[in-house]
Design a protein around this ligand. Sequence first.
Ligand SMILES: Cc1cc2nc3c(=O)[nH]c(=O)nc-3n(C[C@H](O)[C@H](O)[C@H](O)COP(=O)(O)O)c2cc1C
Length: 361
Amino acid sequence: MSLYSKIGRELFFKLDAERAHGLSIRGLQSGLHPRFDAAFDQRLAVEIADLEFTNPLGMAAGYDKNGDVPDALLALGFGHTEVGTVTPLPQPGNPKPRIFRLKEDEAVINRLGFNSKGHAAALAQLKKRNARSGIVGINIGANKTSIDFGADYVKGIEVFGAIADYFTINISSPNTPGLRALQGADPLADLLRRVDEAVNATGRITPVFLKIAPDLSETEIDDIAKAVSKSNVDAIIVSNTTLSRIGLKSGSITQEAGGLSGAPLFERSTIVLAKIYARLEGKIPLVGVGGVHSFETAWQKIEAGASLVQLYTGLIYEGPTLPKTILSGMSKQLDQEGLSSINDVCGRSNDDWAKRDLLEA
Ligand SMILES: Cc1cc2nc3c(=O)[nH]c(=O)nc-3n(C[C@H](O)[C@H](O)[C@H](O)COP(=O)(O)O)c2cc1C
C-alpha cells in the first residue's frame, strides 16, 4: 500500500472534493510529487495517429481543465495527458457542490458542467510550458449557451491548432444539455466534416480523437462506427462518464445528478469499447477509459481492444504513484509472457468482451 493510500487519501477525503482537487493541483505545481520515467520500458511504446507515445497510459480529461499542470502529470509517468475540456468563453459550470465521492464504490459523480477558464486562458498557460516532451492533447467542448455547438469545436481547433499534439472532440459529457445529441448519425457526420475542414485550414495536420459516452445502444454504436469510418477521425476515446446507477452501494449519494466514473464504469465502458473495436475491425485505434484503477484493469482494457488507456478516478482513490504501479505491472507481465511489445496484447480478448450484452441504463 502506498503512502497516499494510507495517509494522503484520509486527509484529502476529509476535504470537500473540489477543494481536494485544487489542493492536488497546487501539490503538482509545487513539484513535490512522485516521479516515474514514462519511457522506462521501450516495449510499452505505442504509435497511433503518427504520434509516438512512450507508454499506453494517459491522464484523462477533466483533471487539468485549464492546462495548469501537464508537465507535472507527465512526470508521474503518464505517456500523455489531456487538457480540458476547454470551452471558447470562460464559464463557471454548475452550482457547487458538484463533485461527490462514492467511497464504497470507489467512484465519483460529477456535474461540473464544463467549468472552464476559456480558450484564451488555457492557451496562455500552455504557452508557458518549458518542457515539450510527452504528448499533450487538448479536449475541446462547447459553451452551454452557444447556439451552434459545432462552431465552438471549430474555434477550439483554430485557437489550439499550433500547439495541440491531438484534439479530442468531446461530445459525450452528460452535463451540458444537448451535447450528447451530437453522437447521432447525421449531426455527427456534419460535425466531423466541419472539424476536418477546420483542421485542414490550420495548415498543420493535428490528429483528431472523438470521445463518446458509454450509454449507447447497439444501433447507436453502429451509427458512430459508420460515421467515424467515413471520416478522418484518428482514434475514438471510449468512454466518458455514465448516467447509469446500477449496482451501487454508497447509499443516497448515488442519486446525485451527473456522470458516474470509477470502478462501476469499468465493465460498461469496456464492453462498448470492445463492440466498437469489433465493428471497426481494429482499423481505428481506441483509447480505453472508465474504471481503470490497477494494472489488471488497464491490461484488460488493452486486451479488449484499447491501444491506449486513460484514467482519472483511479488517481483519486489510489494516489499519484498509480502510473508507476500500472506501468511496472505491464512490464512484468510482458516479461512473464515473453512478449516484445504491448501492441501484441491489443484486442486479443476482444471476442470475449464484444459478445457481452450492453448493460442497461
Ligand atoms: C471530476 C471529473 C471531471 C471530468 N471532466 C471531464 C471533462 O471536462 N471532459 C471530458 O472529456 N471528460 C471529463 N471527465 C471524464 C473522464 O475524462 C473519464 O472519461 C471518466 O471519468 C471515466 O474514467 P475514470 O473512471 O478513470 O474516471 C471527468 C471526470 C471526472 C471524475
